[in-house]
Design a protein around this ligand. Sequence first.
Ligand code: NAP
Length: 253
Amino acid sequence: MRHILILGGTAEARQLAGRLSHRHDLAITLSLAGRTAAPAEQPVPVRTGGFGGADGLAAYLEAQKIDVLIDATHPYAAVMSAHAAEAASRGNVRLLALRRQPWAGVAGDRWMEVDTIDDAVLALGPAPRHAFLTVGRRDIVAFAAAPQHSYLIRSVDPIDPPLRVPHATYVTARGPFSEADDRELMTKHQIEVVVAKNSGGDATYGKIAAARSLGIGVVMLRRPALPAVTTVETVQDTVAWLDHELAPTERGV
Ligand code: NAP
């Protein structure tokens, strides 16, 4: 029996856990940071909360006798990914990163790419605008520095405390979001610009496609630097990699 630890918090991590949950040769544990109040149901045992840095994760890998670590965190969870790379290399644990391919701009997109959330705030400019923020709870606070804008803020959990600006409307929702629904939402709120992370995947692409069809710009936060580790882009490729890694080596070959 091999023990696999999946670092999750993404749809892919949940799908991977579902794909592996019936395997008799594998024991699967899924790890969540514990950020969302009511996380989605998971098909395998879950542990919740930080490990206590790379040291804590290394100790966990050893104590739980983890054979393979799969970093299926969101591409913007750069701290966790760095800790995973460090702890795995220290403990000689096999590591695979599962990361969606970023979206690529297509004809008709009006993206302004920025490297930091503060640059995203500046990119909105000095004149008041109606902006749709979809960057996640932790990064929302930066927009308090630009109180002249009217914000539509979508998040999984309520933003608490609310953003310290005079004009903010909150929508709590969990994806997937369709292009048609996002177009309707953006039209209703007279949105002039979208602020997004380049998450990749279909579930949150609706707003990007809607912005394109409405002729609206997107301030796109570039992906953070991530450790250079073996990486695949799909759940299917993760399962194939695991099968290959865990296959018994043939004698004499
Ligand atoms: P982060 O900044 O990279 O990590 C901060 C700390 O949170 C880590 O050092 C670790 O604490 C803990 N942590 C993060 N992911 C964890 C996991 N899967 N299991 C256990 N501990 C975890 O992470 P983040 O950007 O805040 O993301 C937190 C979670 O939300 C992740 O599971 C991620 O996949 C998910 N998520 C993030 C985003 C995003 O835009 N950042 C979007 C969607 C989902 P210790 O150092 O104590 O171990």
